[in-house]
Write a protein that binds this ligand. Sequence first.
Ligand SMILES: *Cc1c(COP(=O)(O)O)cnc(C)c1O
Length: 407
Amino acid sequence: MSMQNQDKRNSGGQGFNTSAIRNRMPSADMHEHSSPIYMTSSFTFESAEEARDLFSGESQGNIYSRYSNPNTDEFINKMMVLEHCEDGVPLASGMSAMFVSILAHLNSGDHLVASRSIFGSTHQIITQILPRWGIEYSYVDIGGDEYRQNPRRAWEEALRPNTKMLFCETPSNPGLDIIDLEMLGKLCRNRGILFNVDNCFATPYFQNPRDFGADIVGHSATKFIDGQGRSLGGVLLGSSEAIEPIRFFARHSGPALSPFNAWILSKSLETLGLRMERHADNAEKIVEFLKGRREISWVKYPHDPDHPGYSTAKKQMRRGGAMVSFELKDGLKAGISFLNSLEMISLTANLGDSRSIATHPASTTHSKLSPGERATVGISDGFVRISAGLEDAEDIIQDIQQALERS
Ligand SMILES: *Cc1c(COP(=O)(O)O)cnc(C)c1O
């Protein structure tokens, strides 16, 4: 870890926005107010002795941008403060973060337990890549009534003597199911299991899994952290012990975050708090509008009292976030026609953008699954997911309304 990381850990006690705005790399000699971009692959040494000390770890500093860089350092230092974590590693994308978080820790013969409702590519890693390397997995279905009656038992039943890591995403994608982080944090601590949480949907502004016992907190920074659909990025944060092997694995396997993307992402953090408040305002207004519509059988939003995970969401999330899901009564046909009728809301494979986005998983991301398989991850034929953007709420709602009327 660089010296800058050490300094930043002591700058706690500031508010979220102040930390996100004021933490920065040491200023260069140009008196620049805003951090510059260090597009350099390597850094020079004053002498052979200095090089020796840097390589041996006896002194701290930049050597090569796959190891560290002022821009990626600035970004990860802010993220550590915002996620209440002692250490962190910046990565090239959310998926490199998920991959490294698992592979840096698990060995052949180990077992992973994960919630079944997770991001599509994470599912591919767990089911297609891990078994090739002798790592076993079990899924826990989190959407159904049986799970809700006793969530703890569902997780306990999945554990084996060789279970080394528990992975989950909450709110889940795309079903917006809620998993009790405090419950899993305690379970993992009692059993000596690493607790790994993908916190992408909530963002550190609304939820801090480390406070509930997570050892590793991962993000796709591509989503709300960038916030304008420009750059890919990822982070892994957590306890020093959990991050140490992750840093080793990432440094030598190479999924390094570009300094340019880190510069964008660090700038984006300055407005994350402001943006998330507005995202949540808009999401709440969309929920309110949808609830009165006859075309819809249900609406799901973590901080809506009708959500089955409402009390848990209230406990662990400061607000309900930017994602809303609902079901069109007329199923597949209505879903396709709703998307085709939208005039402003974007149809694109992203979320967490300033522009509102609609997706219909049954005809796109989850079309290869059978209706039964889709049901286990909470997706029905008429299921639609909205990522509430930052446009004026009236315009978003107006677009949804006209599309509902035409579909
Ligand atoms: C998008 C996403 C990822 C993957 O991130 P990339 O930056 O696209 O690689 C992982 N988890 C969740 C929850 C996501 O939404």
